[in-house]
Design a binder for this molecule. Structure first.
Ligand SMILES: Cc1ncc(COP(=O)(O)O)c(C=O)c1O
Length: 461
Protein backbone atom coordinates (compact mmCIF):
# COMPACT_ATOMS: atom_id res chain seq x y z
CA UNK A 1 0.00 0.00 0.00
CA UNK A 2 1.51 3.34 -0.98
CA UNK A 3 -1.29 5.62 0.22
CA UNK A 4 -0.63 5.00 3.89
CA UNK A 5 -2.34 7.22 6.45
CA UNK A 6 0.38 9.49 7.78
CA UNK A 7 0.18 12.78 9.66
CA UNK A 8 0.88 15.91 7.64
CA UNK A 9 0.84 19.63 8.36
CA UNK A 10 0.38 20.38 4.66
CA UNK A 11 -3.10 21.27 3.44
CA UNK A 12 -2.89 18.84 0.54
CA UNK A 13 -4.69 19.14 -2.81
CA UNK A 14 -5.93 15.57 -2.55
CA UNK A 15 -8.51 14.12 -0.13
CA UNK A 16 -5.81 11.61 0.82
CA UNK A 17 -2.30 12.30 2.13
CA UNK A 18 0.04 11.48 -0.75
CA UNK A 19 3.00 9.18 -0.05
CA UNK A 20 6.38 10.88 0.34
CA UNK A 21 9.07 10.55 -2.32
CA UNK A 22 12.62 10.30 -1.00
CA UNK A 23 14.68 9.59 -4.11
CA UNK A 24 14.30 9.67 -7.87
CA UNK A 25 16.40 8.66 -10.83
CA UNK A 26 15.46 8.49 -14.48
CA UNK A 27 11.78 7.56 -14.68
CA UNK A 28 11.73 5.92 -11.24
CA UNK A 29 10.75 7.40 -7.88
CA UNK A 30 11.40 5.79 -4.51
CA UNK A 31 9.01 6.26 -1.60
CA UNK A 32 9.64 6.44 2.15
CA UNK A 33 8.25 2.90 2.33
CA UNK A 34 10.99 1.70 -0.02
CA UNK A 35 8.53 1.06 -2.86
CA UNK A 36 9.74 2.05 -6.32
CA UNK A 37 7.33 3.73 -8.74
CA UNK A 38 7.58 4.04 -12.51
CA UNK A 39 6.59 7.59 -13.45
CA UNK A 40 4.56 7.34 -16.66
CA UNK A 41 3.35 10.93 -16.62
CA UNK A 42 6.41 12.99 -15.66
CA UNK A 43 4.54 14.26 -12.60
CA UNK A 44 2.23 16.50 -14.62
CA UNK A 45 3.93 16.31 -18.03
CA UNK A 46 6.95 18.03 -16.50
CA UNK A 47 9.89 15.63 -16.06
CA UNK A 48 11.05 15.47 -19.66
CA UNK A 49 14.60 14.19 -19.11
CA UNK A 50 13.77 12.14 -16.02
CA UNK A 51 15.20 12.80 -12.58
CA UNK A 52 18.84 13.19 -11.52
CA UNK A 53 20.21 13.67 -15.02
CA UNK A 54 23.96 14.16 -14.34
CA UNK A 55 24.32 17.14 -16.69
CA UNK A 56 21.38 18.99 -15.15
CA UNK A 57 22.42 18.19 -11.58
CA UNK A 58 25.93 19.45 -12.34
CA UNK A 59 24.64 22.67 -13.91
CA UNK A 60 22.52 23.34 -10.84
CA UNK A 61 25.35 22.63 -8.41
CA UNK A 62 27.74 24.82 -10.42
CA UNK A 63 25.23 27.66 -10.50
CA UNK A 64 24.68 27.51 -6.73
CA UNK A 65 28.41 27.97 -6.33
CA UNK A 66 28.39 30.98 -8.65
CA UNK A 67 25.24 33.11 -8.21
CA UNK A 68 22.15 31.71 -6.48
CA UNK A 69 19.97 34.83 -6.66
CA UNK A 70 19.88 38.35 -7.97
CA UNK A 71 16.78 40.52 -8.31
CA UNK A 72 15.68 41.19 -11.88
CA UNK A 73 14.96 44.92 -11.30
CA UNK A 74 18.60 45.39 -10.31
CA UNK A 75 20.70 42.77 -12.08
CA UNK A 76 20.41 40.19 -14.83
CA UNK A 77 22.36 36.93 -14.77
CA UNK A 78 24.23 34.68 -17.19
CA UNK A 79 21.92 31.64 -17.35
CA UNK A 80 18.86 33.89 -17.81
CA UNK A 81 20.50 35.75 -20.68
CA UNK A 82 21.72 32.54 -22.31
CA UNK A 83 18.37 30.79 -21.94
CA UNK A 84 16.49 33.74 -23.44
CA UNK A 85 18.89 33.77 -26.40
CA UNK A 86 18.48 30.03 -26.88
CA UNK A 87 14.68 30.29 -26.84
CA UNK A 88 14.52 33.19 -29.28
CA UNK A 89 17.41 32.47 -31.63
CA UNK A 90 16.43 28.81 -31.76
CA UNK A 91 12.89 29.61 -32.87
CA UNK A 92 13.50 30.08 -36.60
CA UNK A 93 12.28 33.63 -36.38
CA UNK A 94 9.05 32.86 -34.52
CA UNK A 95 10.13 34.68 -31.36
CA UNK A 96 12.26 37.73 -30.78
CA UNK A 97 12.03 38.41 -27.05
CA UNK A 98 11.46 36.35 -23.95
CA UNK A 99 10.33 37.08 -20.40
CA UNK A 100 10.54 34.67 -17.48
CA UNK A 101 8.06 33.49 -14.86
CA UNK A 102 8.08 30.87 -12.11
CA UNK A 103 5.62 28.42 -13.68
CA UNK A 104 2.72 28.00 -16.05
CA UNK A 105 0.08 30.10 -14.30
CA UNK A 106 2.52 32.96 -13.84
CA UNK A 107 3.53 32.71 -17.48
CA UNK A 108 -0.11 32.88 -18.58
CA UNK A 109 -0.78 35.83 -16.23
CA UNK A 110 2.22 37.44 -17.88
CA UNK A 111 0.76 36.73 -21.31
CA UNK A 112 -2.59 38.31 -20.36
CA UNK A 113 -0.91 41.44 -19.02
CA UNK A 114 1.62 41.69 -21.83
CA UNK A 115 -1.09 41.40 -24.49
CA UNK A 116 -3.01 44.22 -22.81
CA UNK A 117 0.19 46.26 -22.36
CA UNK A 118 0.92 45.88 -26.08
CA UNK A 119 -2.37 47.47 -27.15
CA UNK A 120 -2.27 50.02 -24.35
CA UNK A 121 1.08 51.23 -25.62
CA UNK A 122 0.45 50.97 -29.35
CA UNK A 123 -2.54 53.26 -29.62
CA UNK A 124 -5.43 50.82 -29.19
CA UNK A 125 -6.41 51.13 -25.51
CA UNK A 126 -10.02 50.21 -26.36
CA UNK A 127 -8.94 46.54 -26.73
CA UNK A 128 -9.97 44.96 -23.43
CA UNK A 129 -11.49 41.56 -24.30
CA UNK A 130 -9.97 38.11 -24.46
CA UNK A 131 -11.62 35.14 -26.16
CA UNK A 132 -10.59 31.67 -25.02
CA UNK A 133 -12.31 28.29 -25.15
CA UNK A 134 -14.63 26.18 -23.08
CA UNK A 135 -12.99 23.03 -21.63
CA UNK A 136 -9.61 24.73 -21.49
CA UNK A 137 -7.09 25.26 -18.71
CA UNK A 138 -4.67 28.16 -18.46
CA UNK A 139 -3.75 28.15 -14.78
CA UNK A 140 -5.06 28.37 -11.26
CA UNK A 141 -4.85 32.11 -10.55
CA UNK A 142 -7.99 34.22 -10.63
CA UNK A 143 -7.20 35.77 -14.03
CA UNK A 144 -6.14 32.51 -15.65
CA UNK A 145 -9.21 30.71 -14.26
CA UNK A 146 -11.30 33.53 -15.76
CA UNK A 147 -9.53 33.21 -19.08
CA UNK A 148 -9.92 29.45 -19.25
CA UNK A 149 -12.97 27.32 -18.74
CA UNK A 150 -12.20 24.26 -16.65
CA UNK A 151 -15.67 23.62 -15.19
CA UNK A 152 -14.69 22.01 -11.89
CA UNK A 153 -11.58 24.08 -11.13
CA UNK A 154 -13.44 27.37 -11.63
CA UNK A 155 -16.74 26.35 -9.96
CA UNK A 156 -15.96 27.47 -6.34
CA UNK A 157 -14.62 30.80 -7.62
CA UNK A 158 -17.19 31.54 -10.33
CA UNK A 159 -18.63 34.40 -8.27
CA UNK A 160 -15.31 36.26 -8.21
CA UNK A 161 -14.10 35.50 -11.75
CA UNK A 162 -14.08 38.20 -14.41
CA UNK A 163 -16.73 37.59 -17.06
CA UNK A 164 -16.55 41.17 -18.37
CA UNK A 165 -13.22 40.79 -20.14
CA UNK A 166 -12.90 37.03 -20.63
CA UNK A 167 -15.19 35.29 -23.11
CA UNK A 168 -15.43 31.77 -24.46
CA UNK A 169 -16.13 29.88 -27.65
CA UNK A 170 -16.50 26.13 -28.25
CA UNK A 171 -13.64 23.71 -27.74
CA UNK A 172 -12.07 22.05 -30.78
CA UNK A 173 -12.78 18.49 -29.71
CA UNK A 174 -13.92 16.54 -32.74
CA UNK A 175 -14.43 13.19 -31.05
CA UNK A 176 -17.09 14.72 -28.80
CA UNK A 177 -18.42 17.76 -30.64
CA UNK A 178 -18.02 17.28 -34.40
CA UNK A 179 -21.48 16.55 -35.79
CA UNK A 180 -22.00 13.29 -37.67
CA UNK A 181 -22.96 15.12 -40.85
CA UNK A 182 -19.89 17.37 -40.72
CA UNK A 183 -16.57 16.79 -42.47
CA UNK A 184 -13.42 17.90 -40.63
CA UNK A 185 -13.34 21.00 -42.84
CA UNK A 186 -17.02 21.75 -42.05
CA UNK A 187 -16.30 21.45 -38.33
CA UNK A 188 -13.32 23.81 -38.58
CA UNK A 189 -15.44 26.28 -40.54
CA UNK A 190 -18.18 26.15 -37.88
CA UNK A 191 -15.60 26.94 -35.18
CA UNK A 192 -14.05 29.71 -37.28
CA UNK A 193 -17.47 31.26 -37.89
CA UNK A 194 -18.27 31.06 -34.17
CA UNK A 195 -15.05 32.90 -33.32
CA UNK A 196 -15.77 35.56 -35.91
CA UNK A 197 -19.32 35.97 -34.56
CA UNK A 198 -17.88 36.42 -31.05
CA UNK A 199 -15.48 39.10 -32.35
CA UNK A 200 -18.38 40.89 -34.04
CA UNK A 201 -20.62 40.64 -30.96
CA UNK A 202 -17.91 42.12 -28.71
CA UNK A 203 -16.85 44.69 -31.27
CA UNK A 204 -13.86 43.47 -33.29
CA UNK A 205 -11.66 46.39 -32.29
CA UNK A 206 -12.21 45.59 -28.59
CA UNK A 207 -10.63 42.13 -28.80
CA UNK A 208 -7.08 41.75 -27.49
CA UNK A 209 -6.69 38.19 -28.66
CA UNK A 210 -7.80 34.62 -29.03
CA UNK A 211 -6.11 32.19 -26.62
CA UNK A 212 -5.86 28.41 -26.92
CA UNK A 213 -3.82 25.46 -25.75
CA UNK A 214 -2.24 24.00 -28.88
CA UNK A 215 -3.04 20.55 -27.51
CA UNK A 216 -5.53 20.63 -24.63
CA UNK A 217 -4.07 19.04 -21.53
CA UNK A 218 -5.58 19.26 -18.08
CA UNK A 219 -9.26 19.51 -19.01
CA UNK A 220 -10.08 17.05 -21.75
CA UNK A 221 -6.80 15.13 -21.73
CA UNK A 222 -4.56 15.47 -24.78
CA UNK A 223 -6.95 16.77 -27.40
CA UNK A 224 -5.31 18.01 -30.60
CA UNK A 225 -7.42 20.31 -32.77
CA UNK A 226 -8.68 19.26 -36.19
CA UNK A 227 -6.43 19.97 -39.15
CA UNK A 228 -6.68 23.56 -40.34
CA UNK A 229 -8.23 24.80 -37.09
CA UNK A 230 -5.39 27.04 -35.93
CA UNK A 231 -4.92 28.48 -39.41
CA UNK A 232 -8.62 29.34 -39.45
CA UNK A 233 -8.62 30.85 -35.96
CA UNK A 234 -5.53 32.93 -36.72
CA UNK A 235 -7.19 34.24 -39.89
CA UNK A 236 -9.95 35.74 -37.72
CA UNK A 237 -7.39 37.35 -35.40
CA UNK A 238 -5.49 38.75 -38.39
CA UNK A 239 -8.66 40.09 -40.01
CA UNK A 240 -9.47 42.18 -36.94
CA UNK A 241 -5.95 43.03 -35.79
CA UNK A 242 -6.11 40.92 -32.62
CA UNK A 243 -3.37 38.68 -31.24
CA UNK A 244 -3.19 34.93 -31.76
CA UNK A 245 -1.97 33.49 -28.45
CA UNK A 246 -0.96 29.91 -27.65
CA UNK A 247 -0.61 28.29 -24.24
CA UNK A 248 2.03 25.59 -24.57
CA UNK A 249 2.66 25.27 -20.84
CA UNK A 250 1.86 21.56 -21.00
CA UNK A 251 2.12 20.63 -24.67
CA UNK A 252 5.21 22.65 -25.54
CA UNK A 253 8.99 22.43 -25.22
CA UNK A 254 9.16 19.06 -26.94
CA UNK A 255 6.22 17.26 -25.35
CA UNK A 256 4.54 16.66 -28.74
CA UNK A 257 7.83 15.53 -30.33
CA UNK A 258 8.59 18.97 -31.80
CA UNK A 259 10.05 21.84 -29.79
CA UNK A 260 6.83 23.81 -30.13
CA UNK A 261 3.53 21.94 -30.37
CA UNK A 262 2.27 24.29 -33.09
CA UNK A 263 5.04 23.00 -35.37
CA UNK A 264 3.41 19.56 -35.48
CA UNK A 265 -0.13 19.97 -34.07
CA UNK A 266 -0.94 23.61 -34.85
CA UNK A 267 -0.81 23.81 -38.65
CA UNK A 268 2.70 25.26 -38.34
CA UNK A 269 1.15 28.58 -37.36
CA UNK A 270 3.41 30.58 -35.03
CA UNK A 271 1.62 32.69 -32.44
CA UNK A 272 2.08 36.35 -31.55
CA UNK A 273 2.58 35.33 -27.92
CA UNK A 274 3.23 31.97 -26.31
CA UNK A 275 3.57 30.64 -22.78
CA UNK A 276 5.79 27.65 -21.96
CA UNK A 277 6.67 26.12 -18.62
CA UNK A 278 6.62 22.47 -17.61
CA UNK A 279 9.08 20.93 -20.09
CA UNK A 280 11.22 24.07 -19.99
CA UNK A 281 12.74 23.25 -16.62
CA UNK A 282 11.79 19.59 -16.68
CA UNK A 283 10.97 19.69 -12.96
CA UNK A 284 14.48 20.68 -11.84
CA UNK A 285 13.32 24.18 -10.98
CA UNK A 286 10.21 26.35 -11.07
CA UNK A 287 10.23 28.21 -14.35
CA UNK A 288 7.98 29.43 -17.13
CA UNK A 289 8.50 31.80 -20.01
CA UNK A 290 6.59 34.16 -22.26
CA UNK A 291 7.81 34.09 -25.85
CA UNK A 292 7.15 37.21 -27.93
CA UNK A 293 6.98 37.47 -31.70
CA UNK A 294 8.51 40.22 -33.82
CA UNK A 295 5.13 42.02 -33.86
CA UNK A 296 5.04 42.28 -30.07
CA UNK A 297 8.76 43.03 -29.76
CA UNK A 298 8.60 45.80 -32.36
CA UNK A 299 5.49 47.33 -30.79
CA UNK A 300 6.98 47.41 -27.32
CA UNK A 301 10.42 48.58 -28.45
CA UNK A 302 8.69 51.51 -30.14
CA UNK A 303 6.82 52.34 -26.94
CA UNK A 304 7.91 51.85 -23.31
CA UNK A 305 10.54 49.27 -24.25
CA UNK A 306 10.00 47.38 -21.01
CA UNK A 307 7.82 44.60 -19.60
CA UNK A 308 5.57 46.33 -17.09
CA UNK A 309 5.17 43.21 -15.04
CA UNK A 310 7.32 41.17 -12.77
CA UNK A 311 7.78 38.83 -9.86
CA UNK A 312 10.58 38.43 -7.34
CA UNK A 313 11.80 35.12 -8.77
CA UNK A 314 11.53 36.06 -12.45
CA UNK A 315 14.71 35.01 -14.26
CA UNK A 316 16.01 33.26 -11.15
CA UNK A 317 19.60 32.12 -11.86
CA UNK A 318 19.08 28.60 -10.50
CA UNK A 319 15.84 28.08 -12.42
CA UNK A 320 17.39 29.40 -15.62
CA UNK A 321 20.53 27.29 -15.18
CA UNK A 322 18.37 24.20 -14.71
CA UNK A 323 16.22 25.00 -17.75
CA UNK A 324 19.25 25.77 -19.87
CA UNK A 325 20.81 22.43 -18.94
CA UNK A 326 17.55 20.56 -19.62
CA UNK A 327 17.24 22.18 -23.06
CA UNK A 328 20.84 21.32 -23.88
CA UNK A 329 20.24 17.69 -22.87
CA UNK A 330 17.11 17.52 -25.05
CA UNK A 331 19.11 18.80 -28.02
CA UNK A 332 22.42 16.97 -27.49
CA UNK A 333 20.79 13.59 -26.77
CA UNK A 334 18.39 13.97 -29.71
CA UNK A 335 15.47 13.43 -27.36
CA UNK A 336 12.73 14.83 -29.57
CA UNK A 337 13.35 12.01 -32.00
CA UNK A 338 13.31 9.45 -29.18
CA UNK A 339 10.11 11.01 -27.88
CA UNK A 340 8.44 10.60 -31.29
CA UNK A 341 9.72 7.04 -31.73
CA UNK A 342 8.77 5.83 -28.25
CA UNK A 343 5.48 7.73 -28.47
CA UNK A 344 4.50 5.86 -31.62
CA UNK A 345 5.47 2.59 -29.90
CA UNK A 346 3.40 3.52 -26.84
CA UNK A 347 0.39 4.24 -29.04
CA UNK A 348 0.73 0.90 -30.83
CA UNK A 349 1.04 -1.07 -27.59
CA UNK A 350 -1.79 0.82 -25.87
CA UNK A 351 -4.16 0.20 -28.77
CA UNK A 352 -3.37 -3.51 -28.81
CA UNK A 353 -3.61 -3.84 -25.02
CA UNK A 354 -6.81 -1.82 -24.51
CA UNK A 355 -8.70 -2.10 -27.78
CA UNK A 356 -7.61 -5.46 -29.18
CA UNK A 357 -10.02 -8.34 -29.92
CA UNK A 358 -11.58 -9.92 -26.80
CA UNK A 359 -9.87 -7.43 -24.48
CA UNK A 360 -12.08 -6.65 -21.44
CA UNK A 361 -11.45 -2.89 -21.71
CA UNK A 362 -12.18 -2.67 -25.44
CA UNK A 363 -15.88 -1.68 -25.20
CA UNK A 364 -15.01 1.15 -22.81
CA UNK A 365 -11.86 2.53 -24.47
CA UNK A 366 -13.44 5.43 -26.31
CA UNK A 367 -10.27 7.04 -27.65
CA UNK A 368 -6.48 6.78 -27.55
CA UNK A 369 -4.95 10.00 -28.83
CA UNK A 370 -1.90 12.19 -28.74
CA UNK A 371 1.59 12.37 -30.16
CA UNK A 372 5.22 12.44 -29.08
CA UNK A 373 5.30 12.03 -25.32
CA UNK A 374 1.73 13.12 -24.62
CA UNK A 375 -1.09 10.57 -24.69
CA UNK A 376 -4.69 10.56 -23.50
CA UNK A 377 -6.81 7.46 -23.02
CA UNK A 378 -10.49 8.30 -22.75
CA UNK A 379 -12.91 5.76 -21.30
CA UNK A 380 -16.68 5.85 -21.75
CA UNK A 381 -19.20 3.60 -20.07
CA UNK A 382 -22.22 4.90 -22.00
CA UNK A 383 -22.54 1.65 -23.92
CA UNK A 384 -24.56 -1.56 -23.44
CA UNK A 385 -21.59 -3.27 -21.72
CA UNK A 386 -21.52 -0.39 -19.20
CA UNK A 387 -24.52 -2.00 -17.47
CA UNK A 388 -22.22 -4.79 -16.28
CA UNK A 389 -20.22 -2.37 -14.12
CA UNK A 390 -20.97 -0.36 -10.98
CA UNK A 391 -18.36 2.15 -9.75
CA UNK A 392 -20.55 2.91 -6.70
CA UNK A 393 -20.53 6.66 -7.27
CA UNK A 394 -16.77 6.86 -7.81
CA UNK A 395 -15.04 7.96 -10.98
CA UNK A 396 -13.28 5.32 -13.01
CA UNK A 397 -10.29 7.52 -13.89
CA UNK A 398 -9.63 8.24 -10.22
CA UNK A 399 -10.07 4.60 -9.19
CA UNK A 400 -7.63 3.68 -11.92
CA UNK A 401 -5.07 6.31 -10.89
CA UNK A 402 -5.22 5.07 -7.29
CA UNK A 403 -4.93 1.41 -8.29
CA UNK A 404 -2.01 2.15 -10.58
CA UNK A 405 -0.15 4.02 -7.84
CA UNK A 406 -0.71 1.14 -5.44
CA UNK A 407 0.74 -1.23 -7.99
CA UNK A 408 3.78 0.92 -8.72
CA UNK A 409 3.05 3.20 -11.67
CA UNK A 410 2.26 6.92 -11.62
CA UNK A 411 -0.45 7.99 -14.11
CA UNK A 412 -2.84 10.94 -14.07
CA UNK A 413 -6.61 10.52 -13.92
CA UNK A 414 -8.86 13.35 -15.02
CA UNK A 415 -12.62 13.62 -14.97
CA UNK A 416 -15.30 15.96 -16.28
CA UNK A 417 -13.83 16.82 -19.68
CA UNK A 418 -16.34 15.07 -21.89
CA UNK A 419 -19.17 17.59 -21.66
CA UNK A 420 -19.38 21.34 -21.21
CA UNK A 421 -20.90 21.01 -17.74
CA UNK A 422 -17.86 19.09 -16.49
CA UNK A 423 -19.94 16.19 -15.20
CA UNK A 424 -18.90 13.47 -17.65
CA UNK A 425 -15.62 11.95 -18.77
CA UNK A 426 -12.82 9.66 -17.61
CA UNK A 427 -9.39 10.27 -19.08
CA UNK A 428 -5.95 8.98 -18.19
CA UNK A 429 -2.98 11.04 -19.19
CA UNK A 430 0.43 9.53 -19.92
CA UNK A 431 3.47 11.72 -20.48
CA UNK A 432 6.71 9.80 -20.04
CA UNK A 433 10.14 11.42 -20.14
CA UNK A 434 11.49 12.07 -23.64
CA UNK A 435 14.44 9.77 -22.88
CA UNK A 436 12.29 6.78 -22.00
CA UNK A 437 13.51 3.40 -23.31
CA UNK A 438 11.42 0.87 -25.25
CA UNK A 439 11.48 -1.57 -22.31
CA UNK A 440 10.01 1.12 -20.06
CA UNK A 441 7.27 1.81 -22.61
CA UNK A 442 6.45 -1.90 -22.53
CA UNK A 443 6.42 -1.86 -18.75
CA UNK A 444 4.08 1.15 -18.68
CA UNK A 445 1.58 -0.59 -20.96
CA UNK A 446 1.84 -3.86 -19.06
CA UNK A 447 1.30 -2.22 -15.65
CA UNK A 448 -1.33 0.22 -16.87
CA UNK A 449 -3.25 -2.52 -18.71
CA UNK A 450 -3.19 -4.72 -15.61
CA UNK A 451 -4.63 -1.87 -13.53
CA UNK A 452 -7.40 -1.24 -16.08
CA UNK A 453 -8.37 -4.93 -16.00
CA UNK A 454 -8.21 -5.08 -12.21
CA UNK A 455 -10.41 -2.02 -11.66
CA UNK A 456 -12.97 -3.22 -14.21
CA UNK A 457 -13.01 -6.69 -12.65
CA UNK A 458 -13.45 -5.29 -9.13
CA UNK A 459 -16.56 -3.38 -10.24
CA UNK A 460 -18.41 -6.04 -12.22
CA UNK A 461 -21.98 -6.66 -11.08
C1 LIG B 1 -2.08 24.60 -20.54
C2 LIG B 1 -1.73 24.98 -19.15
N1 LIG B 1 -1.57 26.26 -18.83
C3 LIG B 1 -1.22 26.65 -17.59
C4 LIG B 1 -1.03 25.72 -16.59
C5 LIG B 1 -0.64 26.17 -15.20
O1 LIG B 1 0.67 25.84 -14.94
P1 LIG B 1 1.22 25.73 -13.45
O2 LIG B 1 0.52 24.59 -12.81
O3 LIG B 1 2.69 25.56 -13.62
O4 LIG B 1 0.90 27.02 -12.77
C6 LIG B 1 -1.18 24.37 -16.86
C7 LIG B 1 -0.99 23.35 -15.82
O5 LIG B 1 -1.31 22.21 -15.96
C8 LIG B 1 -1.54 23.99 -18.18
O6 LIG B 1 -1.72 22.69 -18.50
Amino acid sequence: MVSTIRPSSILHRTPWVPPVAVAAEGSYIELESGQKLLDAVGGAAVACVGSAHPAVNKALKDQIDRVSYVYNMQLSNQPAEELATLLTEGSNGAFELCGFASGGSEAMEGVIKLARQYFHETGQPQRTNFIARELSFHGNTVATLSLAYHPTRRAPYAAILDDQHFHHVSPAYAKRFQRPEESEADYVERLRAELEAKFLALGPDTVIGFVAETVVGATTGVVPAPKGYFKAMKSVCDKYGALFILDEVMSGMGRMGTLHAWESFGDGVAPDLQAVAKGLGGGYASIGAVLMSKRIATGLRGASGIWKHGHTYQGNPLSCAAALAVQKVVASENLLENCRTQGAYLEKLLKARLQGPNVPSAPFTFDIRGGGGFWGIEFDFDCPEGATLDFRGQQFAMLLQAHALESGIVIMGMTGGANLEGTKGDVILLAPAYNIAAQEVEKIVEMFGASVDAVLEAHRV
